[in-house]
Design a binder for this molecule. Structure first.
Ligand code: NZQ
Ligand code: ZN
Length: 396
């Protein structure tokens, strides 16, 4: 087994009505002045925000609210949040929402703990993050896994750069997971979440290390669970059991567990981020739009890995086929599933149309951070490879 260092300190509180514990949890984790961050309108309309703030009041905590976080959250709102938090004297951030809200709360926490530093400098690597304020989460969508991850992803308003920042300071202190809070989700967002949860596991699974049996079994079991419950959740909206499985899978998919001992690849995520940054498309959709093109481009790096994926996740029978044929069948099966749940498998299906060559060039250039990096570990990809993958995905 390969060496690893697993740190997953977030307290996970799962089940019906658990949002009522928000106030007690904040207090138990040392918070007294809470900045509550939320998104557009869903948490207000459902009454969730009101229930959460009531629980803060019952715990005797002072709070202020900051709404308006958009999907693919913007740096500027995080900066505004830092000013609001400073004026209020916030000592704890409570995120009520999905990945965009949680990542904004993490960024505000970073800014409050590091006054005087331009927040974006942390995301570009110009400044090193040396501390942050504590963050708690009430999760409303199983998808990004930010409730258990070390990452926060922001988009710069002017340059449209979308960047992730990984740090153990970003691990939330607690995450409240009540599947009932997801019942108001539109089907499209449920499907985006299914893709994202799968991709957090697949971007770890397709990597150069294949000797960790338990890690592989955990990943394959998680993927089978997400596929079957994803189908069930799409067919029966508002069903507690299937949303429970998705919610728990979402948290385990991105806390590191499904990639222990691996050298995670995450190239499809980097390719998808540029699509979201340029066209403001939903994160999950950007991933399914690019994955099969990435997979076909990289399959020869280790076709056997795709065959294993086909057998263990999709129940395919590779007998009578060449290794390459069986690998391609696994990729096609994944594509069919994405289509079945209404997700795109090409760039034009993202509704940005077929892109001009110059746009594909620009996407590839941006994805290398203007020629400062390669991406991926399963197969290391430079600008030419990245451009070729965007080209492959640009079909009707
Ligand atoms: O803003 P509201 O009105 O709440 O609507 C949101 C939003 O439009 C809606 N929504 C959420 N919960 C709802 C609901 N609507 C009805 N009922 C509910 N219960 O869903 C829409 C999407 O919300 P968002 O928070 O953007 O979704 P998601 O959790 O998929 O987060 C995506 C963001 O997370 C980043 C992505 O890049 C993207 O910016 N990621 C963060 C990661 C991390 N921090 O570890 C890892 C991921 O790979 C990902 O990159
Ligand atoms: Zn993701």
């Amino acid at each position: 087994m390969e060496s690893f260092d697993f740190y997953s300190p977030t307290r996970m509180i799962f089940g019906r009505g658990t949002e009522e514990q928000a106030g007690a949890q904040v207090k138990a984790h040392g918070g007294s002045r809470v900045l509550v961050v939320y998104g557009g309108q869903s948490a207000v309309k459902s009454g969730l925000l009101q229930r959460v703030t009531q629980s803060l009041e019952e715990a005797g905590l002072a709070y202020e609210t900051l709404g308006g976080v958009k999907p693919n959250p913007r740096y500027s709102l995080a900066v505004e949040g830092v000013s609001r938090g400073q004026a209020f004297g916030a000592d704890f951030l409570l995120a009520v929402g999905g990945g965009s809200v949680i990542d904004t709360a993490k960024a505000i926490a970073d800014g409050l703990a590091n006054p005087g530093v331009d927040l974006w400098d942390f995301w570009t690597g110009k400044a090193a993050l040396k501390g942050s304020l504590p963050v708690g989460v009430v999760l409303t969508i199983p998808a990004a896994g930010s409730e258990s991850s070390n990452s926060a992803v922001l988009t710069h308003d002017e340059t449209h750069e979308k960047r992730g920042l990984g740090s153990d300071f970003h691990r939330p202190r607690f995450a409240i997971l009540n599947p009932e809070l997801t019942f108001t989700l539109p089907a499209y967002q449920v499907a985006c979440g299914v893709v994202d949860i799968m991709m957090h596991t697949m971007d770890r699974y397709f990597n150069p290390v294949t000797s960790n049996q338990l890690t592989d079994e955990l990943a394959e079991g998680l993927l089978r669970t997400v596929v079957s419950n994803g189908r069930q959740a799409m067919a029966h909206p508002g069903e507690y059991q299937s949303m429970s499985e998705l919610m728990w899978a979402g948290s385990l998919s991105h806390n590191g567990l499904t990639g222990l001992g691996h050298r995670p690849d995450f190239a499809p995520h980097q390719l998808g981020h540029e699509l979201s940054a340029m066209f403001d498309v939903a994160h999950g959709a950007s991933l399914s739009a690019i994955w099969s093109s990435w997979a076909r481009y990289c399959v020869d790096a280790n076709p056997g890995r795709f065959v294993q994926f086909g057998v263990k996740v999709w129940g395919l029978d590779p007998s009578g086929k060449s290794e390459r044929e069986a690998a391609l069948e696994a990729i096609e099966t994944t594509e069919r599933f994405f289509h079945e749940i209404g997700m795109p498998v090409s760039i034009p299906e993202l509704s940005c149309g077929v892109l001009e060559d110059s746009v594909l060039d620009e996407l590839a250039l941006r994805c290398t951070f203007y020629r400062k990096r390669t991406i991926g570990t399963f197969q290391v990809l430079g600008e030419k490879d990245i451009r070729a993958i965007y080209g492959m995905a640009n079909h009707v």
